[in-house]
Design a protein around this ligand. Structure first.
Ligand code: LMR
Length: 393
């Protein structure tokens, strides 16, 4: 039977990490996978998380099964972080998931149960794994234009023109903030137009919110999602705790499904069933850590301060890189790097130029020229700027 299996193409982002590790050059720079790193190249455990772990270690009395859909305290804490204190609890169903990827997968599954013929509209470009998952599920993917490659900015008119083609029963996948891979984001005014457009079409929005706190701050990064929650009758939100809590390997995610209050209980049943048939109970540890950090005022302050420092560090690196390139090229054509937000920017280099930087300078970025700003430090920024110019970008 297994001889029927076909070799699978490697995931481009994860494969790049392998190539980077295998490179013996000492001055190599990893701008690939979306993991936060300090100037020393470490991905530390956040202090508030370490403290919450200690508390959990001292107070936990059992490792028995917990909630099938997840922990209510985690759900409530996530809902207030994402949607604000006055979130509409009666209209929300929740599912704790295996990371943000799990939340996306379960959202697609739920939508497909509700409408087996649904199509999913994704930004062109989007996180490649969105498309890989949907292809594997046999769901039709419809790209909508999103990024103007010349301006390195959102191609908003084109985006709206395409979204008008979405139909009732389709899902429109949006990035809540810190668009992956481009770094180009919607303004709040643009979010309002997206909401109006989707209200006209009847399509259901789904927001992938994997980087809240990495762009303009915890509140600002949720503003588009909150606007959608206010205006739309239905909305799915796939929130990840991997990056903003730095708990990547704990696999902690939360799917929130907003709908008519009369349907909340049935939606909740369907969500719980999706966990049961995929893996039964979701991982508990990360949920407990996040709930603790978000609800303990001291830990929460400590976490917010640390997250803010991480965010400001990335903004500083963006400014520095844009300024180095301004000097080297005597132009402002790389200023978009300072305007983009989040971990990533799409540089706009060709695949050949990306490879040249990898070969000549041991700089590893994804083939579409997505670079992880957090992979830089003050010393490597000038090296990258020179390599970009030398590659002829
Ligand atoms: C990324 O885009 O690099 C991250 O979301 C990590 C991943 O799983 O691809």
């Amino acid at each position: 039977m297994f001889s029927n299996l076909k070799p699978q193409p490697a995931d481009k982002i994860l494969a790049l990490s392998g190539l980077y590790r295998a490179d013996p050059r000492e001055d190599k720079i990893d701008l690939g996978v979306g993991v936060y790193k300090t100037a020393e190249g470490k991905t530390p455990i956040m202090t508030a998380i370490s403290k919450a772990e200690k508390i959990l270690h001292e107070t936990e009395t059992t490792k028995s099964y917990a909630g099938l859909a997840g922990q209510p305290d985690f759900h409530a804490a996530m809902a207030s972080m994402v949607l604000g204190e006055g979130y509409p609890a009666d209209r929300l169903a929740f599912l704790s998931t295996v990371g943000g990827t799990g939340a996306c997968r379960q959202a697609f599954e739920l939508a497909r149960v509700a409408n087996p013929d649904m199509k999913v509209w994704v930004s062109d470009p989007t996180w490649p794994n969105h498309i890989t998952i949907l292809n594997f599920m046999g769901v039709e993917v419809k790209p909508y234009r999103y990024f103007d490659n010349d301006a390195r900015a959102v191609a908003f008119d084109a985006m709206i023109e395409d979204l008008k083609q979405a139909k009732k029963g389709d899902v429109v996948l949006l990035h809540g903030c810190c668009h992956n891979p481009t770094g180009a984001n919607l303004t709040l005014e643009q979010w309002a137009v997206v909401a109006e457009t989707l209200l006209e079409t009847g399509a259901t929005p789904m927001i992938d919110l994997a980087y809240q706190g990495f762009g303009d701050g915890l509140e600002a990064d949720a503003a588009g999602t909150r606007l959608m929650a206010e205006k739309m009758p239905e909305l799915m939100i796939a929130a990840s705790c991997s990056k903003n809590f730095g708990i990547y390997r704990e696999r902690t995610g939360c799917l929130m499904v907003l709908g008519d209050a009369a349907n909340t209980a049935v939606t909740q049943d369907n969500l719980s069933k999706l966990n049961r048939l995929a893996y039964s109970f979701p991982p508990f540890h990360g949920q407990a850590l996040v709930a603790k950090v978000l609800t303990d005022p001291t830990l929460r302050q400590e976490w917010e301060d640390e997250l803010e420092a991480v965010r400001n560090g990335m903004l500083g690196l963006r400014e520095q890189l844009a300024s180095e390139l301004r000097q080297l090229t005597n132009s402002d054509r790389f200023d978009f790097l300072a305007h983009h937000r989040g971990m990533f920017s799409r540089l706009g280099a060709t695949e050949e130029q990306v490879l040249k930087m990898r070969e000549d300078n041991a700089i590893y970025m994804v083939g579409d020229s997505r670079l992880n700003i957090a992979g830089l430090n003050k010393t490597s920024v000038p090296l990258l700027a020179k390599a970009i110019v030398a590659a002829g970008v």
